[in-house]
Write a protein that binds this ligand. Structure first.
Ligand SMILES: [Zn+2]
Length: 438
């Protein structure tokens, strides 16, 4: 090593050492400022509580006093008043019940996040002596450990000191079991289950085993192709996490509960109940010209392909015409062929109208040859029976169809080749040699 390189190394190490020291100092100062915030919030909570005591009116009037103080703080520091209220309440609890933790925060020995996990784990200890003993040990631990390790340690210790048995607590806690849905970004949402630990671990384990079983019969990219039953296995690019998520969706959307008290009351029982979502799709997106603006309930964005797939398989749609500038709703009509129209189409088309397909009309959708989103009308001259497969093909690919007045459909392929599908004649004098597929 040359002398110059050695000096540069030394300089860089000194620089890094000073960065580390300054970060540490900044963390301490932030902790001290956090302690100031806790004290202020606790002070605000005391004021709110005093005002609430002064009110001899209803619970609602007292609650409004608290909300009003919280809104005051929230507006000033740009928190929602709910957040402000929760933080005020937590701050007072921390100050009154966790004095050793507040001391450690005020001197910068632990961070606000350490304090939060200590409070979270210790809040179940109702006995002051127990809680003080808990704090004494956990604060020392927190001063030397990460937040995550502090959380594990604090929870373990609190569990040990807990005045109630886990059985009693579980009976109470289990009442909070729930399933909640929240929105994420980019067309994703999160479904969360809160339930008994053993069951949820069981669910996760079953999904993992199923996902691994799928993996065992497929080939991952870059792997030697697997052979299953003398056939090369299909390539599956999904990760275990992705397969687990796909399995949950599949089973929850199509499965049937084992315990079902409704089997004698509802036709098909609970398993016959189908999911329903309200999808909004702008006309240009529906027609495949644009890719934006599709949403669930008008608020949660979804990707255009999913929206078009849902449209292709939905039994009916409400078309909403809005003013191009104000967005005001001008008119609403129902996109679903009426019964007489359906019977007419079944009689005329007999089977799917894609060239060569013979899926019977009763198993077909009614396709708007000129896309309904582009102004195509729900009339016999613009509707035709298409089976799911070919309806999807037309919706999702560049296949297009145009109908002539006599019911003939002129198809154009993505390669711009043209095909004609004539409406089948209603009277056949020659028996069909090809038996129907049903
Ligand atoms: Zn078909």
């Amino acid at each position: 090593m040359t002398l110059l390189a050695s000096i540069e190394d030394h300089d860089e190490s000194a620089q890094l050492a000073s960065i580390v020291d300054e970060l540490r100092e900044a963390e301490e100062e932030i902790a001290i400022l956090e302690a100031v915030k806790v004290a202020q919030l606790a002070g605000a909570m005391r004021i709110a509580l005093r005002r609430m005591e002064g009110k001899h009116a209803t619970q609602r009037a007292r609650e409004l006093e608290l909300r009003s103080v919280a809104a005051e703080i929230g507006a000033a520091v740009r928190w929602s008043d709910r957040v402000a209220q929760a933080r005020m309440s937590d701050a007072l609890d921390l100050v009154e019940r966790f004095p050793a933790t507040i001391d450690a925060l005020t001197t910068g020995r632990i961070t606000a996040r350490h304090a939060a996990v200590i409070q979270d784990a210790g809040c179940v200890l109702t006995d002051d002596t127990d809680r003080a003993a808990f704090e004494q040990v956990v604060v020392e631990w927190a001063a030397a450990e990460t937040v995550a390790r502090t959380r594990d340690y604090a929870r373990g210790l609190a569990e040990h000191l807990h005045p109630e048995s886990i059985t009693t607590r579980f009976e109470r806690a289990e009442k909070a079991r729930t399933v909640t849905l929240s929105e994420l970004h980019d067309g994703l949402a999160k479904l969360e289950i809160i339930g008994p630990t053993a069951l949820l671990h069981g669910i996760h384990d079953r999904l993992t085993q199923q996902a691994r079983a799928i993996r065992a019969t497929t080939t991952q990219p870059g792997e030697e192709p697997r052979v299953v039953d003398a056939e090369p296995a299909v390539v599956d690019t999904r990760t275990l996490d992705q397969i687990r998520a796909d399995l949950v969706c599949d089973m929850l959307l199509t499965g049937q509960p084992t315990i079902d008290h409704t089997t004698d009351i509802l036709p098909g029982g609970l398993g016959a109940i189908r999911a329903s979502v309200h999808v909004t799709v702008p006309a240009l997106t529906a027609a495949g010209i644009a890719d934006r603006g599709a949403s669930i309930d008008g608020t949660s964005p979804i990707d255009a392909d999913t929206a078009r797939q849902l449209m292709a398989t939905a039994p009916g749609w409400d078309r909403i015409l809005t003013h191009p500038v104000t967005g005001m709703v001008l008119a609403v009509d129902r996109y679903r062929p009426g019964t007489i129209l359906e019977r007419f189409l079944a009689a005329r088309d007999i089977h799917c109208r894609f060239p060569g397909c013979r899926q019977p009309a009763r198993r077909c959708d009614h396709d708007h040859n000129l896309d309904w989103a582009l102004g195509g009308r729900t009339t016999v001259g613009n509707l035709a029976c298409l089976c799911k497969r070919h309806h999807t093909l037309k919706t999702e690919t560049e296949w297009t169809a145009a109908q002539e007045p006599d019911g003939t459909i002129r198809w154009t392929s993505p390669l711009h080749r043209r095909y004609t599908d004539k409406a089948p004649p209603r009277v056949a004098f020659v028996p069909d040699a090809d038996p129907p597929p049903f």
